[in-house]
Design a protein around this ligand. Structure first.
Ligand SMILES: Cc1cc2nc3c(=O)[nH]c(=O)nc-3n(C[C@H](O)[C@H](O)[C@H](O)COP(=O)(O)O)c2cc1C
Length: 311
């Protein structure tokens, strides 16, 4: 029987896939830009995350999967052994405080600046379509650089980078990983027909534009050998980063993607509802409730939630 909800309901334990959480409050992933050039978390990070470990689930700040994935200065990575050791002190501290933490796996795609990338290379993207906006570099804010389109034969290498990062996150002691397919970064850039102009098997049809996200999820699940420790973040309508227009068919495209994700039995779908960190208003014809109901597993809601909305 349903009873009327009250504040304490948020403090009931919940299980998301293989993640047994003490309560229903998750901390959103928050970039802090507190690491050095090597992308290695320090004792400062261990303290910061342990202080917040009473949330049922901590989602780490977005963490670069490779040197080429980086789009902001002072953000952490999860590809080198030093980074693994740095994260180990974080996960140990969170676990000692009774919490759980997943690593948000990040590739910014076109939203980067040449000074942040190895050898001053251009950022990589589905297509050579420039983002708008500035990003934070070692010397301050800079306009993001013109990207180049990834070649089809570079995609297996990219998937390999996701695999390495997923394995590294496991070694670092994370309880799971969250595939960052939100906020108009690389995977979301492939999904949206507003910026994906490809003519290979990663562009054109909905099946093609969602292929990279699904291949990344499959690769990460294979590395973890437990889909119940893999979640995904989506944000179908946010323009950030880069003032990226939404897909021309949000309901059809993300509906297809979400139903395809059901085959993995993931820990959760984490949805940013509206403009990330801004208005929850949605363009006409878009109903995130419909997308939510298309997902067969647990749902983490985000964006401007009040206590009443959370209940
Ligand atoms: C300072 C800051 C850093 C953020 N960093 C990330 C990030 O690393 N990854 C991500 O997916 N979203 C990031 N976001 C978006 C938040 O996760 C969240 O979607 C947004 O703050 C809206 O949720 P809220 O209303 O609970 O604050 C960031 C937001 C802020 C304000």
């Amino acid at each position: 029987m349903l009873h009327s909800l009250n504040e304490t309901d948020l403090f009931y334990p919940v299980t998301l896939g293989s993640l047994h959480l003490a309560n229903r409050i998750a901390m959103a992933p928050l970039t802090r830009s507190r690491v050095g050039e090597n992308g290695v978390p320090t004792v400062l990070h261990a303290t910061y995350y342990a202080q917040r470990a009473s949330a049922g689930l901590l989602i780490s700040e977005a963490t670069n999967i490779s040197p080429q994935a980086r789009g902001y200065g002072f953000t952490p990575g999860i590809w080198s052994e030093d980074q693994v050791v740095g994260w180990q002190q974080v996960t140990d501290a969170v676990h000692a405080a009774g919490g759980k933490i997943v690593c948000q796996l990040w590739h910014v795609g076109r939203f980067s600046h040449v000074s942040l990338l190895p050898g001053g290379q251009a950022p990589v993207a589905p297509s050579a379509v420039r983002a708008q906006g500035e990003t934070f570099t070692a010397t301050g804010f800079e306009e993001v650089s013109m990207p180049r389109a990834l070649h089809t034969d570079e995609i297996p290498g990219l998937l390999g980078e996701y695999r390495l990062a997923a394995r590294a996150a496991k070694r670092a002691g994370f309880d799971g990983v969250e595939v960052h397919s939100a906020n108009s970064y690389l995977l979301d850039q492939f999904i949206r027909d507003s910026v994906n102009q490809r003519v290979d098997q990663y562009g054109g049809s909905v099946e093609n534009r969602t292929r990279l996200t699904l291949e990344v999820v499959a690769a990460v699940v294979e590395e973890w050998q437990d889909s119940g420790r893999v979640g995904i973040r989506l944000s179908p309508t946010t323009p950030d980063a880069g003032n990226t227009p939404p897909d021309s068919d949000v309901m059809g495209t993300y509906g297809y993607l979400i139903q395809a994700l059901n085959t993995f039995n993931l820990a959760y779908l984490h949805m940013v509802e509206g403009k990330t960190g801004g208005s929850r208003e949605l363009p006409a014809g878009i109903d995130l409730g419909v997308l939510r109901r298309q997902f067969a597993g647990p749902y983490i809601a985000n964006n401007g939630y009040t206590l009443e909305m959370a209940l």
